[in-house]
Design a protein around this ligand. Structure first.
Ligand code: DGT
Ligand code: CA
Ligand code: CA
Ligand code: ZN
Length: 583
Protein backbone atom coordinates (compact mmCIF):
# COMPACT_ATOMS: atom_id res chain seq x y z
CA UNK A 1 0.00 0.00 0.00
CA UNK A 2 1.37 3.39 -0.89
CA UNK A 3 1.03 6.03 1.79
CA UNK A 4 -1.59 7.68 -0.43
CA UNK A 5 -3.65 4.49 -0.18
CA UNK A 6 -2.99 4.32 3.54
CA UNK A 7 -4.17 7.90 4.21
CA UNK A 8 -7.14 7.50 1.87
CA UNK A 9 -8.22 4.35 3.68
CA UNK A 10 -8.20 6.23 6.99
CA UNK A 11 -10.46 8.97 5.63
CA UNK A 12 -12.74 6.41 4.04
CA UNK A 13 -13.06 4.62 7.34
CA UNK A 14 -13.68 7.94 9.06
CA UNK A 15 -16.38 8.77 6.51
CA UNK A 16 -18.05 5.41 7.10
CA UNK A 17 -17.95 5.81 10.88
CA UNK A 18 -19.50 9.28 10.64
CA UNK A 19 -22.13 8.10 8.21
CA UNK A 20 -22.99 5.23 10.54
CA UNK A 21 -23.69 7.85 13.20
CA UNK A 22 -25.92 9.80 10.82
CA UNK A 23 -23.59 12.75 10.43
CA UNK A 24 -24.48 14.55 7.22
CA UNK A 25 -22.23 16.20 4.57
CA UNK A 26 -18.92 15.44 6.28
CA UNK A 27 -18.70 11.81 5.10
CA UNK A 28 -18.89 12.85 1.46
CA UNK A 29 -16.22 15.49 1.82
CA UNK A 30 -13.89 12.95 3.44
CA UNK A 31 -14.59 10.49 0.64
CA UNK A 32 -13.88 13.07 -2.00
CA UNK A 33 -10.62 14.03 -0.34
CA UNK A 34 -9.72 10.34 0.00
CA UNK A 35 -10.28 9.72 -3.69
CA UNK A 36 -8.20 12.70 -4.75
CA UNK A 37 -5.37 11.74 -2.40
CA UNK A 38 -5.40 8.21 -3.76
CA UNK A 39 -5.27 9.41 -7.35
CA UNK A 40 -2.67 12.12 -6.79
CA UNK A 41 0.49 10.98 -8.58
CA UNK A 42 2.75 12.55 -5.92
CA UNK A 43 3.56 10.66 -2.73
CA UNK A 44 1.33 12.24 -0.09
CA UNK A 45 4.19 12.24 2.44
CA UNK A 46 6.16 14.50 0.08
CA UNK A 47 3.23 16.89 -0.29
CA UNK A 48 2.77 16.91 3.49
CA UNK A 49 6.44 17.73 3.92
CA UNK A 50 5.82 20.94 1.98
CA UNK A 51 3.16 21.94 4.50
CA UNK A 52 -0.53 22.66 4.83
CA UNK A 53 -0.77 24.95 1.79
CA UNK A 54 0.58 22.29 -0.52
CA UNK A 55 -1.89 19.76 0.87
CA UNK A 56 -4.77 22.18 0.43
CA UNK A 57 -3.98 22.46 -3.28
CA UNK A 58 -5.37 18.93 -3.57
CA UNK A 59 -9.01 19.11 -4.60
CA UNK A 60 -11.32 18.56 -1.66
CA UNK A 61 -8.61 19.01 0.96
CA UNK A 62 -9.31 22.01 3.20
CA UNK A 63 -7.68 23.15 6.41
CA UNK A 64 -9.46 20.58 8.60
CA UNK A 65 -8.32 17.66 6.46
CA UNK A 66 -4.80 18.95 5.88
CA UNK A 67 -4.42 19.34 9.66
CA UNK A 68 -5.43 15.70 10.11
CA UNK A 69 -2.92 14.53 7.50
CA UNK A 70 -0.13 16.47 9.22
CA UNK A 71 -1.27 15.12 12.59
CA UNK A 72 -1.12 11.59 11.23
CA UNK A 73 2.40 11.97 9.87
CA UNK A 74 3.56 13.58 13.12
CA UNK A 75 1.89 11.33 15.68
CA UNK A 76 0.86 8.20 13.77
CA UNK A 77 -2.78 8.81 14.73
CA UNK A 78 -5.73 11.05 14.00
CA UNK A 79 -7.35 11.79 17.32
CA UNK A 80 -10.85 12.37 15.97
CA UNK A 81 -10.69 9.09 14.07
CA UNK A 82 -9.58 7.28 17.23
CA UNK A 83 -12.59 8.76 19.04
CA UNK A 84 -14.95 7.68 16.28
CA UNK A 85 -13.46 4.19 16.41
CA UNK A 86 -13.98 4.08 20.17
CA UNK A 87 -17.62 5.16 19.77
CA UNK A 88 -18.24 2.49 17.16
CA UNK A 89 -15.77 -0.35 17.70
CA UNK A 90 -16.68 -2.35 14.59
CA UNK A 91 -14.79 -4.03 11.74
CA UNK A 92 -16.19 -1.45 9.32
CA UNK A 93 -14.21 -2.63 6.28
CA UNK A 94 -15.16 -6.27 6.83
CA UNK A 95 -18.85 -5.65 7.51
CA UNK A 96 -19.38 -3.26 4.62
CA UNK A 97 -17.88 -5.85 2.30
CA UNK A 98 -21.15 -7.75 2.68
CA UNK A 99 -23.32 -6.76 -0.25
CA UNK A 100 -26.30 -4.75 1.00
CA UNK A 101 -24.57 -3.71 4.22
CA UNK A 102 -23.51 -0.06 4.25
CA UNK A 103 -22.18 2.12 7.06
CA UNK A 104 -25.69 3.09 8.20
CA UNK A 105 -26.67 -0.57 8.53
CA UNK A 106 -23.51 -1.25 10.48
CA UNK A 107 -24.40 1.62 12.85
CA UNK A 108 -27.95 0.35 13.38
CA UNK A 109 -26.92 -3.26 13.94
CA UNK A 110 -24.25 -2.21 16.41
CA UNK A 111 -26.75 -0.10 18.36
CA UNK A 112 -29.46 -2.73 18.36
CA UNK A 113 -27.49 -5.97 18.55
CA UNK A 114 -23.89 -5.11 19.34
CA UNK A 115 -22.67 -6.52 15.98
CA UNK A 116 -18.96 -5.75 15.63
CA UNK A 117 -17.57 -8.44 13.31
CA UNK A 118 -18.59 -10.67 10.41
CA UNK A 119 -18.95 -13.55 12.88
CA UNK A 120 -21.35 -11.46 15.01
CA UNK A 121 -23.30 -10.54 11.90
CA UNK A 122 -23.59 -14.14 10.81
CA UNK A 123 -24.70 -15.30 14.25
CA UNK A 124 -27.32 -12.52 14.45
CA UNK A 125 -28.70 -13.44 11.02
CA UNK A 126 -28.75 -17.17 11.81
CA UNK A 127 -30.61 -16.53 15.08
CA UNK A 128 -33.22 -14.42 13.30
CA UNK A 129 -32.35 -11.38 15.39
CA UNK A 130 -31.80 -9.01 12.47
CA UNK A 131 -35.41 -9.22 11.27
CA UNK A 132 -36.48 -7.92 14.69
CA UNK A 133 -34.57 -4.66 14.24
CA UNK A 134 -36.63 -1.68 13.08
CA UNK A 135 -36.23 -1.12 9.35
CA UNK A 136 -35.03 -4.68 8.66
CA UNK A 137 -37.05 -7.68 7.56
CA UNK A 138 -36.78 -11.36 6.81
CA UNK A 139 -35.67 -10.72 3.25
CA UNK A 140 -32.84 -8.39 4.26
CA UNK A 141 -31.75 -10.88 6.86
CA UNK A 142 -31.70 -13.70 4.31
CA UNK A 143 -29.72 -11.54 1.85
CA UNK A 144 -27.14 -10.70 4.47
CA UNK A 145 -26.72 -14.34 5.40
CA UNK A 146 -26.34 -15.31 1.78
CA UNK A 147 -23.68 -12.68 1.08
CA UNK A 148 -21.45 -13.27 4.11
CA UNK A 149 -19.38 -16.16 2.63
CA UNK A 150 -18.50 -14.04 -0.41
CA UNK A 151 -17.46 -11.13 1.81
CA UNK A 152 -15.32 -13.46 3.90
CA UNK A 153 -13.58 -15.10 1.00
CA UNK A 154 -13.06 -11.87 -0.91
CA UNK A 155 -11.03 -10.22 1.82
CA UNK A 156 -8.29 -12.78 1.51
CA UNK A 157 -7.34 -12.23 -2.13
CA UNK A 158 -5.66 -9.13 -3.54
CA UNK A 159 -6.56 -7.46 -6.77
CA UNK A 160 -4.24 -8.23 -9.67
CA UNK A 161 -4.01 -4.47 -10.21
CA UNK A 162 -2.58 -4.01 -6.72
CA UNK A 163 -0.30 -7.03 -6.74
CA UNK A 164 1.16 -6.78 -10.23
CA UNK A 165 2.98 -3.45 -9.75
CA UNK A 166 4.56 -4.86 -6.58
CA UNK A 167 5.70 -7.92 -8.53
CA UNK A 168 7.05 -5.78 -11.39
CA UNK A 169 9.05 -3.72 -8.93
CA UNK A 170 10.48 -6.83 -7.28
CA UNK A 171 11.39 -8.44 -10.62
CA UNK A 172 13.26 -5.33 -11.74
CA UNK A 173 15.13 -5.31 -8.44
CA UNK A 174 16.05 -9.00 -8.58
CA UNK A 175 17.11 -8.89 -12.23
CA UNK A 176 19.59 -6.19 -11.27
CA UNK A 177 21.40 -8.59 -8.93
CA UNK A 178 24.31 -10.49 -10.49
CA UNK A 179 23.54 -13.64 -8.51
CA UNK A 180 20.22 -13.82 -10.40
CA UNK A 181 20.36 -15.65 -13.74
CA UNK A 182 16.63 -15.41 -14.38
CA UNK A 183 13.59 -14.16 -12.46
CA UNK A 184 9.89 -14.43 -13.23
CA UNK A 185 6.59 -14.41 -11.46
CA UNK A 186 4.79 -17.75 -11.25
CA UNK A 187 1.42 -18.82 -9.82
CA UNK A 188 -1.83 -17.00 -10.39
CA UNK A 189 -0.13 -13.67 -10.99
CA UNK A 190 1.68 -15.08 -14.02
CA UNK A 191 -1.64 -16.42 -15.25
CA UNK A 192 -3.07 -12.89 -14.72
CA UNK A 193 -5.93 -14.10 -12.58
CA UNK A 194 -8.09 -11.16 -11.53
CA UNK A 195 -7.31 -11.74 -7.86
CA UNK A 196 -4.29 -13.47 -6.35
CA UNK A 197 -3.72 -15.26 -3.07
CA UNK A 198 -0.06 -14.33 -2.99
CA UNK A 199 2.75 -13.25 -5.30
CA UNK A 200 4.93 -16.20 -6.33
CA UNK A 201 8.40 -15.36 -7.59
CA UNK A 202 10.93 -17.79 -9.01
CA UNK A 203 14.66 -17.18 -9.46
CA UNK A 204 17.36 -19.22 -11.22
CA UNK A 205 20.69 -18.92 -9.43
CA UNK A 206 23.73 -20.88 -8.29
CA UNK A 207 23.98 -18.72 -5.19
CA UNK A 208 20.60 -19.02 -3.45
CA UNK A 209 21.82 -17.54 -0.17
CA UNK A 210 22.75 -14.28 -1.88
CA UNK A 211 19.35 -14.14 -3.58
CA UNK A 212 17.46 -14.79 -0.36
CA UNK A 213 19.50 -12.09 1.40
CA UNK A 214 18.81 -9.57 -1.37
CA UNK A 215 15.11 -10.42 -1.26
CA UNK A 216 14.87 -9.75 2.48
CA UNK A 217 16.71 -6.48 1.85
CA UNK A 218 14.31 -5.30 -0.88
CA UNK A 219 12.90 -1.82 -0.22
CA UNK A 220 9.36 -2.99 -0.91
CA UNK A 221 9.47 -5.59 1.88
CA UNK A 222 7.83 -4.38 5.08
CA UNK A 223 8.47 -7.56 7.04
CA UNK A 224 9.98 -11.03 6.68
CA UNK A 225 7.49 -13.87 7.19
CA UNK A 226 9.94 -16.75 6.82
CA UNK A 227 13.42 -17.27 5.49
CA UNK A 228 15.27 -20.47 4.52
CA UNK A 229 18.19 -21.45 2.32
CA UNK A 230 16.30 -21.52 -0.99
CA UNK A 231 12.92 -20.12 0.00
CA UNK A 232 11.65 -17.04 1.74
CA UNK A 233 8.47 -15.03 2.15
CA UNK A 234 8.01 -11.36 2.91
CA UNK A 235 5.11 -8.97 3.23
CA UNK A 236 4.97 -6.07 0.76
CA UNK A 237 2.16 -3.59 0.21
CA UNK A 238 -0.10 -5.85 2.24
CA UNK A 239 0.64 -8.87 0.01
CA UNK A 240 2.48 -12.05 0.83
CA UNK A 241 5.40 -12.57 -1.56
CA UNK A 242 6.86 -16.10 -1.87
CA UNK A 243 10.33 -16.54 -3.33
CA UNK A 244 11.86 -19.81 -4.50
CA UNK A 245 15.38 -20.20 -5.84
CA UNK A 246 16.32 -23.12 -8.09
CA UNK A 247 19.40 -24.07 -10.10
CA UNK A 248 19.38 -22.71 -13.67
CA UNK A 249 19.20 -26.17 -15.19
CA UNK A 250 15.88 -26.91 -13.47
CA UNK A 251 14.39 -23.46 -13.94
CA UNK A 252 12.02 -24.38 -16.76
CA UNK A 253 10.59 -27.29 -14.80
CA UNK A 254 10.10 -25.20 -11.67
CA UNK A 255 8.57 -22.30 -13.61
CA UNK A 256 6.16 -24.66 -15.31
CA UNK A 257 5.24 -26.37 -12.04
CA UNK A 258 4.79 -23.25 -9.92
CA UNK A 259 2.85 -21.38 -12.58
CA UNK A 260 0.05 -23.92 -12.32
CA UNK A 261 -2.80 -24.02 -12.37
CA UNK A 262 -2.92 -27.16 -10.32
CA UNK A 263 -5.57 -28.56 -12.71
CA UNK A 264 -3.45 -27.80 -15.77
CA UNK A 265 -0.51 -29.55 -14.14
CA UNK A 266 -2.57 -32.62 -13.32
CA UNK A 267 -3.62 -32.96 -16.96
CA UNK A 268 0.00 -32.61 -18.09
CA UNK A 269 1.25 -35.14 -15.57
CA UNK A 270 -1.31 -37.68 -16.77
CA UNK A 271 -0.19 -37.10 -20.34
CA UNK A 272 3.41 -37.69 -19.23
CA UNK A 273 2.50 -40.94 -17.49
CA UNK A 274 0.70 -42.17 -20.63
CA UNK A 275 3.98 -41.65 -22.50
CA UNK A 276 6.15 -43.51 -20.00
CA UNK A 277 7.44 -40.22 -18.62
CA UNK A 278 7.57 -38.70 -15.18
CA UNK A 279 7.00 -34.95 -14.85
CA UNK A 280 7.62 -32.83 -11.78
CA UNK A 281 9.15 -29.54 -10.62
CA UNK A 282 12.66 -30.87 -11.45
CA UNK A 283 12.09 -31.94 -15.02
CA UNK A 284 10.64 -34.55 -17.35
CA UNK A 285 12.23 -38.00 -16.98
CA UNK A 286 12.06 -41.07 -19.17
CA UNK A 287 11.23 -43.81 -16.69
CA UNK A 288 10.44 -46.54 -19.22
CA UNK A 289 13.38 -48.69 -18.06
CA UNK A 290 13.15 -47.74 -14.41
CA UNK A 291 11.88 -50.39 -12.00
CA UNK A 292 10.44 -47.97 -9.46
CA UNK A 293 9.71 -44.51 -10.90
CA UNK A 294 8.57 -43.37 -7.47
CA UNK A 295 11.92 -44.14 -5.87
CA UNK A 296 12.95 -40.51 -6.09
CA UNK A 297 12.25 -37.15 -7.74
CA UNK A 298 15.10 -37.31 -10.25
CA UNK A 299 15.00 -40.84 -11.70
CA UNK A 300 15.61 -42.32 -15.14
CA UNK A 301 16.92 -40.25 -18.00
CA UNK A 302 16.17 -36.55 -17.84
CA UNK A 303 14.69 -35.30 -21.15
CA UNK A 304 13.67 -31.72 -20.21
CA UNK A 305 13.86 -29.11 -17.46
CA UNK A 306 16.06 -26.21 -18.51
CA UNK A 307 13.28 -24.25 -20.25
CA UNK A 308 9.50 -24.34 -20.19
CA UNK A 309 9.41 -24.88 -23.97
CA UNK A 310 11.41 -28.09 -23.44
CA UNK A 311 8.97 -29.26 -20.81
CA UNK A 312 6.01 -28.93 -23.17
CA UNK A 313 7.96 -30.27 -26.14
CA UNK A 314 8.82 -33.41 -24.17
CA UNK A 315 5.07 -34.10 -24.06
CA UNK A 316 4.72 -33.34 -27.80
CA UNK A 317 3.04 -30.03 -27.01
CA UNK A 318 3.60 -26.49 -28.15
CA UNK A 319 4.37 -24.04 -25.33
CA UNK A 320 1.12 -22.80 -23.80
CA UNK A 321 0.62 -19.17 -22.72
CA UNK A 322 0.28 -18.90 -18.90
CA UNK A 323 -3.13 -17.18 -19.15
CA UNK A 324 -4.54 -20.31 -20.80
CA UNK A 325 -3.30 -22.80 -18.21
CA UNK A 326 -6.63 -23.39 -16.50
CA UNK A 327 -7.39 -26.86 -17.88
CA UNK A 328 -10.19 -25.69 -20.14
CA UNK A 329 -9.05 -27.49 -23.29
CA UNK A 330 -5.66 -25.83 -23.80
CA UNK A 331 -3.71 -29.10 -23.66
CA UNK A 332 -5.83 -30.66 -26.39
CA UNK A 333 -5.50 -27.47 -28.45
CA UNK A 334 -1.70 -27.56 -28.02
CA UNK A 335 -1.61 -31.23 -29.03
CA UNK A 336 -3.66 -30.49 -32.14
CA UNK A 337 -1.60 -27.44 -33.06
CA UNK A 338 -4.70 -25.29 -32.58
CA UNK A 339 -3.53 -22.77 -30.01
CA UNK A 340 -4.80 -19.23 -30.60
CA UNK A 341 -2.40 -16.40 -31.34
CA UNK A 342 -3.37 -14.30 -28.33
CA UNK A 343 -3.88 -10.54 -28.56
CA UNK A 344 -1.11 -8.36 -27.05
CA UNK A 345 -1.15 -4.95 -25.37
CA UNK A 346 1.01 -3.50 -28.17
CA UNK A 347 -1.76 -4.23 -30.64
CA UNK A 348 -4.26 -1.91 -28.95
CA UNK A 349 -4.80 1.22 -31.06
CA UNK A 350 -7.22 3.23 -28.98
CA UNK A 351 -9.58 3.39 -26.04
CA UNK A 352 -13.30 3.38 -26.77
CA UNK A 353 -14.72 4.10 -23.29
CA UNK A 354 -13.32 7.08 -21.38
CA UNK A 355 -14.54 10.01 -19.31
CA UNK A 356 -13.72 13.70 -18.87
CA UNK A 357 -14.57 16.27 -16.23
CA UNK A 358 -17.79 16.94 -18.12
CA UNK A 359 -19.05 14.01 -16.02
CA UNK A 360 -17.04 12.36 -13.24
CA UNK A 361 -13.62 12.31 -14.91
CA UNK A 362 -10.73 14.05 -13.21
CA UNK A 363 -9.14 15.45 -16.36
CA UNK A 364 -10.28 17.81 -19.09
CA UNK A 365 -11.19 16.75 -22.60
CA UNK A 366 -7.91 18.27 -23.86
CA UNK A 367 -5.87 16.39 -21.25
CA UNK A 368 -7.52 13.09 -22.13
CA UNK A 369 -6.91 13.58 -25.86
CA UNK A 370 -3.30 14.60 -25.21
CA UNK A 371 -2.84 11.51 -23.05
CA UNK A 372 -4.21 9.23 -25.75
CA UNK A 373 -2.01 10.86 -28.36
CA UNK A 374 1.05 10.55 -26.13
CA UNK A 375 0.45 6.81 -25.84
CA UNK A 376 0.66 6.60 -29.60
CA UNK A 377 -2.96 5.64 -30.07
CA UNK A 378 -4.63 6.12 -33.45
CA UNK A 379 -8.08 6.92 -32.07
CA UNK A 380 -9.98 7.73 -28.92
CA UNK A 381 -13.62 7.83 -27.86
CA UNK A 382 -15.05 10.34 -25.39
CA UNK A 383 -17.95 8.61 -23.62
CA UNK A 384 -19.07 10.59 -20.61
CA UNK A 385 -21.89 9.38 -18.42
CA UNK A 386 -25.47 10.19 -19.34
CA UNK A 387 -28.03 10.81 -16.60
CA UNK A 388 -30.15 7.92 -15.51
CA UNK A 389 -30.44 5.00 -13.14
CA UNK A 390 -27.36 4.55 -10.99
CA UNK A 391 -25.92 8.03 -11.61
CA UNK A 392 -25.80 9.80 -8.28
CA UNK A 393 -25.12 13.44 -7.49
CA UNK A 394 -25.78 14.90 -10.94
CA UNK A 395 -22.78 13.11 -12.46
CA UNK A 396 -24.42 12.26 -15.76
CA UNK A 397 -25.02 14.61 -18.68
CA UNK A 398 -28.49 15.49 -19.96
CA UNK A 399 -29.28 15.18 -23.67
CA UNK A 400 -28.84 18.97 -23.97
CA UNK A 401 -25.43 18.84 -22.36
CA UNK A 402 -24.38 15.98 -24.61
CA UNK A 403 -25.41 18.01 -27.64
CA UNK A 404 -23.41 20.94 -26.37
CA UNK A 405 -20.42 18.64 -25.81
CA UNK A 406 -20.66 17.41 -29.38
CA UNK A 407 -19.44 20.66 -30.96
CA UNK A 408 -16.77 21.08 -28.29
CA UNK A 409 -15.42 17.61 -29.06
CA UNK A 410 -15.42 18.31 -32.79
CA UNK A 411 -13.33 21.44 -32.20
CA UNK A 412 -10.94 19.74 -29.80
CA UNK A 413 -10.51 16.92 -32.32
CA UNK A 414 -9.24 19.38 -34.91
CA UNK A 415 -6.33 20.26 -32.67
CA UNK A 416 -5.01 16.69 -32.31
CA UNK A 417 -3.62 14.12 -34.73
CA UNK A 418 -5.67 11.15 -33.54
CA UNK A 419 -9.20 10.36 -34.68
CA UNK A 420 -11.79 11.22 -32.06
CA UNK A 421 -15.16 9.55 -31.63
CA UNK A 422 -17.79 11.41 -29.68
CA UNK A 423 -20.03 9.09 -27.74
CA UNK A 424 -21.76 8.49 -24.47
CA UNK A 425 -21.98 5.91 -21.74
CA UNK A 426 -25.72 5.41 -21.44
CA UNK A 427 -27.29 3.59 -18.50
CA UNK A 428 -29.22 0.42 -19.12
CA UNK A 429 -32.32 0.52 -16.96
CA UNK A 430 -33.83 -2.55 -15.31
CA UNK A 431 -35.74 -3.58 -18.47
CA UNK A 432 -32.97 -2.93 -20.96
CA UNK A 433 -34.06 0.59 -21.96
CA UNK A 434 -31.51 3.38 -22.34
CA UNK A 435 -31.22 6.71 -20.56
CA UNK A 436 -30.59 8.80 -23.69
CA UNK A 437 -33.02 9.96 -26.39
CA UNK A 438 -33.03 8.01 -29.70
CA UNK A 439 -32.22 11.01 -31.92
CA UNK A 440 -29.19 11.85 -29.87
CA UNK A 441 -28.07 8.20 -29.82
CA UNK A 442 -28.22 8.19 -33.61
CA UNK A 443 -26.23 11.42 -33.87
CA UNK A 444 -23.36 10.19 -31.67
CA UNK A 445 -20.39 8.34 -33.19
CA UNK A 446 -20.34 5.57 -30.59
CA UNK A 447 -22.69 4.41 -27.86
CA UNK A 448 -21.50 2.43 -24.86
CA UNK A 449 -24.40 1.09 -22.81
CA UNK A 450 -23.68 -0.14 -19.29
CA UNK A 451 -25.65 -1.42 -16.32
CA UNK A 452 -25.14 0.76 -13.22
CA UNK A 453 -28.24 -0.02 -11.16
CA UNK A 454 -30.56 -2.98 -10.46
CA UNK A 455 -27.53 -5.29 -10.35
CA UNK A 456 -29.28 -7.80 -8.11
CA UNK A 457 -31.46 -9.25 -10.87
CA UNK A 458 -31.57 -13.02 -11.31
CA UNK A 459 -29.75 -14.74 -14.17
CA UNK A 460 -32.59 -14.86 -16.66
CA UNK A 461 -33.90 -11.35 -16.07
CA UNK A 462 -30.38 -9.90 -16.14
CA UNK A 463 -29.48 -11.74 -19.35
CA UNK A 464 -32.64 -10.60 -21.14
CA UNK A 465 -32.06 -7.05 -19.98
CA UNK A 466 -28.56 -7.03 -21.49
CA UNK A 467 -29.70 -8.82 -24.65
CA UNK A 468 -32.24 -6.03 -25.13
CA UNK A 469 -29.48 -3.43 -24.81
CA UNK A 470 -27.18 -5.33 -27.16
CA UNK A 471 -29.97 -5.51 -29.75
CA UNK A 472 -30.72 -1.79 -29.53
CA UNK A 473 -29.76 -0.50 -33.00
CA UNK A 474 -27.78 2.45 -31.65
CA UNK A 475 -25.67 0.49 -29.14
CA UNK A 476 -22.11 -0.32 -30.24
CA UNK A 477 -20.54 -1.55 -27.00
CA UNK A 478 -21.97 -3.27 -23.93
CA UNK A 479 -19.94 -1.79 -21.04
CA UNK A 480 -18.80 -3.82 -17.98
CA UNK A 481 -21.57 -6.39 -18.55
CA UNK A 482 -21.99 -7.95 -15.11
CA UNK A 483 -21.40 -4.78 -13.11
CA UNK A 484 -19.17 -6.65 -10.68
CA UNK A 485 -16.69 -4.92 -8.39
CA UNK A 486 -14.02 -7.40 -7.35
CA UNK A 487 -14.07 -8.20 -3.62
CA UNK A 488 -17.05 -5.87 -3.21
CA UNK A 489 -19.95 -6.77 -5.44
CA UNK A 490 -20.59 -10.05 -7.19
CA UNK A 491 -22.37 -8.50 -10.14
CA UNK A 492 -25.03 -10.17 -12.26
CA UNK A 493 -24.90 -13.84 -13.05
CA UNK A 494 -25.28 -14.03 -16.84
CA UNK A 495 -25.95 -16.64 -19.45
CA UNK A 496 -22.82 -15.75 -21.42
CA UNK A 497 -23.62 -18.02 -24.36
CA UNK A 498 -26.98 -16.37 -24.92
CA UNK A 499 -25.52 -12.89 -24.52
CA UNK A 500 -22.60 -13.65 -26.83
CA UNK A 501 -24.86 -15.05 -29.54
CA UNK A 502 -27.06 -11.96 -29.37
CA UNK A 503 -23.98 -9.71 -29.53
CA UNK A 504 -22.56 -11.59 -32.52
CA UNK A 505 -25.88 -11.39 -34.29
CA UNK A 506 -26.44 -7.69 -33.54
CA UNK A 507 -22.86 -6.61 -34.25
CA UNK A 508 -22.40 -5.16 -30.77
CA UNK A 509 -19.03 -5.45 -29.02
CA UNK A 510 -18.80 -6.86 -25.50
CA UNK A 511 -16.45 -4.90 -23.29
CA UNK A 512 -13.61 -6.15 -21.18
CA UNK A 513 -13.48 -3.25 -18.76
CA UNK A 514 -9.80 -3.03 -17.80
CA UNK A 515 -10.33 -1.21 -14.53
CA UNK A 516 -8.61 -3.53 -12.01
CA UNK A 517 -11.67 -3.36 -9.75
CA UNK A 518 -13.85 -4.68 -12.57
CA UNK A 519 -12.12 -6.88 -15.19
CA UNK A 520 -15.60 -7.39 -16.58
CA UNK A 521 -16.07 -9.42 -18.82
CA UNK A 522 -13.98 -12.01 -17.05
CA UNK A 523 -11.87 -14.53 -18.97
CA UNK A 524 -14.82 -16.92 -18.95
CA UNK A 525 -17.09 -14.27 -20.43
CA UNK A 526 -14.53 -13.48 -23.14
CA UNK A 527 -14.22 -17.16 -24.01
CA UNK A 528 -17.97 -17.38 -24.58
CA UNK A 529 -17.80 -14.27 -26.77
CA UNK A 530 -14.91 -15.61 -28.83
CA UNK A 531 -16.60 -19.00 -29.24
CA UNK A 532 -19.81 -17.34 -30.44
CA UNK A 533 -17.95 -15.10 -32.89
CA UNK A 534 -18.82 -11.92 -30.99
CA UNK A 535 -16.40 -9.00 -31.03
CA UNK A 536 -14.86 -7.89 -27.73
CA UNK A 537 -13.31 -4.52 -26.93
CA UNK A 538 -10.76 -3.78 -24.20
CA UNK A 539 -11.51 -0.37 -22.67
CA UNK A 540 -10.03 1.29 -19.61
CA UNK A 541 -13.04 3.47 -18.70
CA UNK A 542 -10.30 5.98 -17.79
CA UNK A 543 -11.23 8.94 -15.63
CA UNK A 544 -7.69 10.40 -16.00
CA UNK A 545 -4.87 9.78 -18.53
CA UNK A 546 -2.84 7.78 -15.99
CA UNK A 547 -5.57 5.12 -16.11
CA UNK A 548 -4.82 4.32 -19.76
CA UNK A 549 -2.06 2.13 -18.33
CA UNK A 550 -4.71 -0.23 -16.96
CA UNK A 551 -5.24 -1.49 -20.50
CA UNK A 552 -2.80 -4.36 -19.89
CA UNK A 553 -5.07 -5.87 -17.23
CA UNK A 554 -7.89 -5.91 -19.74
CA UNK A 555 -5.74 -7.37 -22.50
CA UNK A 556 -4.50 -10.17 -20.26
CA UNK A 557 -8.09 -10.87 -19.19
CA UNK A 558 -9.02 -11.11 -22.88
CA UNK A 559 -6.08 -13.51 -23.30
CA UNK A 560 -7.52 -15.63 -20.48
CA UNK A 561 -10.56 -15.91 -22.77
CA UNK A 562 -8.35 -17.01 -25.72
CA UNK A 563 -8.95 -13.78 -27.67
CA UNK A 564 -6.86 -13.03 -30.75
CA UNK A 565 -6.42 -9.52 -32.13
CA UNK A 566 -9.06 -10.17 -34.78
CA UNK A 567 -11.56 -10.67 -31.94
CA UNK A 568 -10.71 -7.33 -30.33
CA UNK A 569 -12.32 -4.25 -31.87
CA UNK A 570 -9.80 -1.70 -30.64
CA UNK A 571 -6.86 -3.45 -32.28
CA UNK A 572 -8.50 -2.77 -35.63
CA UNK A 573 -7.73 0.21 -37.90
CA UNK A 574 -9.77 3.36 -37.51
CA UNK A 575 -11.57 2.62 -40.78
CA UNK A 576 -12.57 -0.82 -39.53
CA UNK A 577 -13.74 0.59 -36.21
CA UNK A 578 -15.74 3.26 -38.00
CA UNK A 579 -17.40 0.63 -40.17
CA UNK A 580 -18.23 -1.43 -37.09
CA UNK A 581 -19.82 1.40 -35.12
CA UNK A 582 -21.67 2.72 -38.18
CA UNK A 583 -23.05 -0.68 -39.07
P1 DGT B 1 -3.34 -18.30 -5.60
O1 DGT B 1 -2.03 -18.07 -4.94
O2 DGT B 1 -4.38 -18.83 -4.68
O3 DGT B 1 -3.84 -17.08 -6.31
O4 DGT B 1 -3.17 -19.42 -6.71
P2 DGT B 1 -1.84 -20.10 -7.29
O5 DGT B 1 -2.25 -20.83 -8.52
O6 DGT B 1 -0.75 -19.11 -7.41
O7 DGT B 1 -1.50 -21.17 -6.18
P3 DGT B 1 -0.30 -21.33 -5.13
O8 DGT B 1 0.36 -20.04 -4.80
O9 DGT B 1 -0.86 -22.10 -4.00
O10 DGT B 1 0.73 -22.28 -5.88
C1 DGT B 1 1.42 -21.86 -7.04
C2 DGT B 1 1.43 -22.94 -8.06
O11 DGT B 1 2.19 -24.07 -7.58
C3 DGT B 1 0.08 -23.51 -8.39
O12 DGT B 1 -0.59 -22.77 -9.36
C4 DGT B 1 0.44 -24.89 -8.88
C5 DGT B 1 1.61 -25.27 -8.05
N1 DGT B 1 1.19 -26.08 -6.91
C6 DGT B 1 1.14 -25.70 -5.62
N2 DGT B 1 0.73 -26.68 -4.85
C7 DGT B 1 0.48 -27.72 -5.66
C8 DGT B 1 0.00 -29.07 -5.46
O13 DGT B 1 -0.29 -29.49 -4.35
N3 DGT B 1 -0.12 -29.84 -6.57
C9 DGT B 1 0.19 -29.38 -7.80
N4 DGT B 1 0.05 -30.15 -8.87
N5 DGT B 1 0.62 -28.15 -8.01
C10 DGT B 1 0.77 -27.35 -6.96
CA1 CA C 1 0.03 -17.89 -5.72
CA1 CA D 1 2.42 -19.37 -3.19
ZN1 ZN E 1 -17.47 4.55 -17.78
Amino acid sequence: MSRNDEVSALFEEFADLLEAQDVSYKPNSYRRAAENIREDPRPIEDVAAEGADALEDIDGVGDAISAKILEYFETGEIEELEEARADLPVDMAGLTRVEGVGPKTVGKLYEALGVETLDDLEAAAEDGRIREVKGFGKKTEANILENIPFARQSRERSLLGEARPVADDLLAYLRGNDAVVEADVAGSIRRWRETVGDIDVLVASDEPNRVVAAFADWDGATGVIESGTKKAAVRANGERVDLRVVVPDEYGAALQYFTGSKEHNVTLRNRAIARGLKMNEYGVFDVFDVDDPDAGQRVGERVAGHTEEEMYAALDLAWIEPEMREDTGEVDAAAAGDLPDLVTTDEVRGDLHTHTDWSDGRATLEEMLAGAEERGYDYHAVTDHATGAGMVGGVGLSDEELEEQMSVVVEAAERVEIDVFHGVEANIDADGGLSVGDDLLDALDIVVASPHAALDQGREEATERLVAAVEHPAVDVLGHPTGRLLNRRKGMDLDYERLAEAAAEAGTALEVNANPHRLDLSGTGVRAAVDAGAVVVVNTDAHAPSEFDNVRYGVHTARRGWAESTDVLNTWSVEEVRAFVDG
